[in-house]
Write a protein that binds this ligand. Structure first.
Ligand code: NAD
Ligand code: RM4
Length: 254
């Protein structure tokens, strides 16, 4: 069943990892896809090529999500290419692992700007376009299990993920009258570039695997079904919700 036929789906930070998997998965479900990427032109082009090779339609638009103008430009370029915006998956994010006591101000501020401000501008710009179109939409913020639990080297990062979840709750209220649904997706630990160095520590990786009831860490493809569900009309009455996709890691205290 193709759940996103006729929809235009936008995904930020989609040259790699979870964003790339969601972009390709959305196209497999029939969506026309616009991806944002920061610098990795080869990665973005290969994502577009993978979608086109499977008979889909896609464009890539470069831009730093920390800049508000990137969001309005991304929306404009997607509308130019595909005529409308039905779904925004705000996925771009960074997690430069660092200790709390000597956190450099620049690392803290950049993480806030990319993850929190970037997510805010993207979701707001998408909502403005959806309201103008007048036929609703779906906004998905890629938050994290880290919205619910802490991390010693993530004191700058976890507040951004809690913030995105909170943003979806308030935006769900602000946009309900326009039939625009806002939900957050909370991945557990998914093997991507963002945690490659962190999980190179074998002991840490084994600890993370052991606390996952399903017995393995996640792959970017594990996020596709949940994202497509929230994007699709199957989730027509789901708004202000958070979908945790973590193999059971969060509930495993003992
Ligand atoms: P990733 O590093 O492969 O992907 C992050 C993407 O965001 C990259 O494509 C990167 O280029 C892009 N990006 C970074 N800064 C950007 C900017 N300023 N402008 C535009 N794009 C930018 O890692 P990932 O795991 O796929 O991360 C995707 C999202 O998932 C992030 O928001 C991350 O916080 C979240 N997440 C990841 C995990 C995990 O375990 N991998 C868990 C929970 C949440
Ligand atoms: C996630 C979660 C994961 C970590 C990534 C970087 O939100 O904390 O465990 O590997 O971020």
């Amino acid at each position: 069943m193709r759940l996103l036929e006729g929809k235009t789906v936008l995904v930020t930070g989609a040259s790699t990892g979870i964003g790339r998997a969601i972009a390709i998965g959305a196209a497999q479900h029939g969506a026309a896809v616009a991806i944002n990427y920061a610098r990795d032109t080869a990665g973005a082009e290969s994502c577009v090529a993978a979608i086109e090779a499977a008979g889909g339609r896609a464009i890539a638009v470069r831009g730093d999500v920390a800049e508000p103008a990137t969001a309005t430009d991304f929306i404009a370029r997607a509308v130019e290419a595909f005529g409308k915006v039905d779904v925004m998956v705000s996925n771009a994010g960074i997690c430069p692992f660092h200790a709390f006591l000597d956190m450099p101000v620049e690392t803290f501020e950049r993480t806030m700007r990319v993850n929190m401000h970037g997510g805010y501008f993207m979701c707001q710009a998408a909502a403005q376009q959806m309201v103008k179109q007048g036929h609703g939409g779906s906004i998905i913020a890629v938050s994290s299990i880290s919205a619910l639990v802490g991390g010693e080297y993530q004191t700058h990062y976890t507040p951004t993920k809690a913030g995105l979840h909170s943003l979806m709750q308030s935006a769900a209220i602000a946009l309900g009258k326009h039939n625009i649904r806002c939900n957050s997706l909370l991945p557990g630990t998914i093997l991507t570039e963002i945690n490659k160095d962190d999980l190179a520590d074998r002991e840490k990786r084994e600890y993370m695997e052991k606390r996952t009831p399903l017995g393995r860490l996640g792959m970017p493809e594990d996020m596709v079904g949940p994202a497509v569900f929230l994007a699709s009309d199957m989730a027509a009455y789901v708004t202000g919700a958070a979908l945790l996709v973590d193999g059971g890691m969060y509930v495993n205290l003992q």
